[in-house]
Ligand binder design. Sequence first.
Ligand code: DGT
Ligand code: CA
Ligand code: CA
Length: 571
Amino acid sequence: MKNQELANVLYEIADFLEMEGITFKPYAYQKAAITLESLEEDVEEIYKQGGIKALEKIPGVGKSIAGKIEEYLKTGKVKYYQDLRKKTPVQVEELTAVEGLGPKRVKVLHQKLGIRSLKDLEKAAKTHQVAHLFGFDEKTEKNILEGIAFLKRDKGRFLLGEILPRVRMIYSKLQALKEVERVDYAGSVRRMKETIGDADFLVISRKPQKVMDFIVSQPEVIKVWGKGSTKCSVRVEEGFDIDVRVLPKKSYGSALQYFTGSKEHNIATRRIAINKGLKLSEYGLFKSKKIIAGKTEGEVYKKLGMEWMEPELREDQGEVEASLERKLPRVIGYQDIKGDLHCHSSWDGGVNSIQELVKAAQKLGYEYLGISDHTKFLRIEHGLDEKKLARQRKEINKVNSKLKNFKILQGAETNILNNGTIDIKDEALKELDYAIAGIHSSFKIEKERMTERIIRAMKNPYINIISHPTGRILKKRDEFQCDFDKILRAAKEYRVILEINSCPERLDLNDQNIRRAKEAGVKMVINTDAHHKDQLRYIELGIAQARRGWAEKANIINAHPLVKLLKFFRQ
Ligand code: DGT
Ligand code: CA
Ligand code: CA
């Protein structure tokens, strides 16, 4: 599947064009890139079926970009892109991955200091060559070094959302193999952790060698780290590794338990076994030398006096004790969400029309969809002002009048300005079905001020939801500084709902903060923040985080039908 590869090329073209100071065009490339990376279908398949005409029909892809996609699919190259790279030979993807560095700054760094790579940049910043450049200062230099350190810390880990499509493809291939009796995800993938070191699979088969041969012969495998008779380890073209282990039936359950982890959970369960005079390993649960459980996970846990628990809970965060006491949470299910309250339409420059988004939401079995376009402060994203919101309301009413058993709500994702006020007037907010507020600028202010800023936004009676409440971007930047306990107390007092944002790089709130919100009695909403209709599918990532944070249906407002949902909004 070349969707992501192509999206990366288009993103880079956008960056190069932005470097040149060209307007509008970069935006078109970004839009096409978003489309490709979120597309459900394989772009190669689309092209095979319908040629360049079919490519042009993909929303967000125009004639000229379709041509470049065709060229890439045919030759593996795009000349236009190569020319841009020749003109400004910098590792733009690597450099713009540093928080706070956009294409324009990358250009300055290249022109003035000859910086081409992350390595060059680190050297320059460490020797204080960056601070005195025009548009930079000591603070930006320090931020750059922090950004680089952050990137290094997470090197080698991959976003769950990015690798899941490939992991699932391999799963289905294994499942379809006649020598394979059963296959399961294990490790951090099964626990749906937000970042993944490597993907683990367990298999039952009578012909392990066949399974090994099959794996190493796959076209997406670019490196074989090791291939034994029952275990192999390979790297796939996206750059991450896969471990496959074939196991005998009699110990499959204990192996699944062991290789699902986490390591910490395993240590805690092994301790329970020891206390009972038993021994637990991947080969089974043993009483002296006799195996007493091993076939299924349920059996292993039961013999330990525990209840089976969802893999997402297995982090040694109290689940072992809760299981012994029969106090495990009944976490929200992957099918429990009734609608999404955060998505962007073409009104603010998103890819899809309201109708297209509605269709996609209906396909997911939803009852409602909240359109929440950006408001005016974010000019680059074509934010809506009061007048445009009113016009959008009319369109939403019109579309609603034609819908059966489905309701579009009008929201908006407003901006929390530096002083905590909202960038849209109260009179306009009042006309919406609900309003979201989020921090989209000035992330680096001090803790007290950030806390006050968010609480002031919550005090606005028309704000119902705070989007991506802690501002983290996985592999890019940490949560901003704020007093989260204070924010939870305010959320509870003002009946403001905190978002669990399902974007693969956000997943914000994270699992631990979800747990804290639940314990504080604060309601949450699982949203995708989709900028493309196919991104509505990311909801599973947010649900996974919610489950990892022990959230139950009652904690999540959009696990409820429309009538009940509306009651969660104040007034
Ligand atoms: P990752 O790959 O870093 O995202 O995280 P995991 O959890 O998938 O870890 P991985 O792939 O190294 O190993 C898979 C599972 O095997 C892990 O979750 C628990 C188990 N495991 C691995 N090493 C150890 C160990 O040293 N002790 C124990 N108790 N379990 C281990
Ligand atoms: Ca793993
Ligand atoms: Ca592994």
